[in-house]
Design a binder for this molecule. Sequence first.
Ligand SMILES: [Mg+2]
Length: 397
Amino acid sequence: MTLRTHPPRIRHLRAYTVDAPGGGDYHDQPTGHWIDDQIATPMAVYPEYRASRQSFGLNVLGSLVVEAEADDGTVGFAVTTGGEPAAWIVERHLARFVESVPATDLERLWDQMFRATLFYGRKGLVLNAISGVDLALWDLMGKLRGQPVYELLGGPVRDEQVFYATSARPDLAEGMGFIGGKMPLQHAPVEGEAGLRANIEQMRTMRERVGDDFFLAYDCWMSLDVPYALRLAHGLDGLGVRWVEEALPPDDYWGYAELRRGLPPGMLCTTGEHEAGRLGFRMLLEMGCADIIQPDVGWCGGLTELMKISALADAHGKLVVPHGSSVYSYHFVITRHNSPFAEFLMMAPDADAVVPMFSPLLLDEPVPENGRLTLPDTPGFGVRLNPECALRRPFAH
Ligand SMILES: [Mg+2]
């Protein structure tokens, strides 16, 4: 028997924010970007907050960058959303568990961060912060072992991954090689019958612009109630709509179960980008809320928790198609049979070009070409921080 060889220990954990727009907080875009324009939201009941998501603060958090430095000088990092409040949680609370611990003890570190924050955490911002630390530690482990993260997760199950595109222009995405396109719903229930007709007509128009085999979907961003979602879904029947996404507020498990039972045959119910932790997804799975779950690896608890969420979904015969998150999702998706394709967020303002999601914050961020991507074998997540994006460390511990 040989004793465990000791990996480097973590010397320092640091949390930064980025004052420039874009990057980890991909919602923080200049005026006129499709991602902010006329999208149905839970705030649509207030007319003054209906036209723009930035008007009610969707971009208020900003980016969070977490760096984990091992005592051999190797640095792993990750980006997500969370900004100053998440930076405070990382520096003033989470760092105590991570520093001076072997750099590859990811399971123990995750468990300590989660248990220690239960009294004010469990979901939301605290899980963003834990996710950021966890992803930085996976990046560090890959660099220490000289392997890409997907190799640490068990290796790829396919040579390349295919993508659907999220944007206001699925017709443009079809020409770029994507397998399907998801549009944001524009009109909320408060906009009445005219809004409902406009939502259905918009999908009908898009269906006429794309081929029969190109799937379409609607992202409803928590803006509907069950009766409206059912009327919308049945109005879309026959238009090749593969799924209706996040129709209800994340905690309405009962509503999701009712919605899913009432959808037209062949139309799927999807949700989960604002869910967190394995127990949250257990609710979605066991209550029959979704056909595809869509955890965001930067928000749900990081890769360590996503592996458990995915295993649970697999046992329920459900797909996991993570929400956005670029390389942090890609390294996972390529290793899982029940993640047959990935999401690509079209971050060009008019959705007319493929640009990296976390631009300008990351360098070497891969993007699909003709809708397909083969991940490089660069250690860790294979990306670098752009030195031209100034980081700010608001709370040193
Ligand atoms: Mg969504």
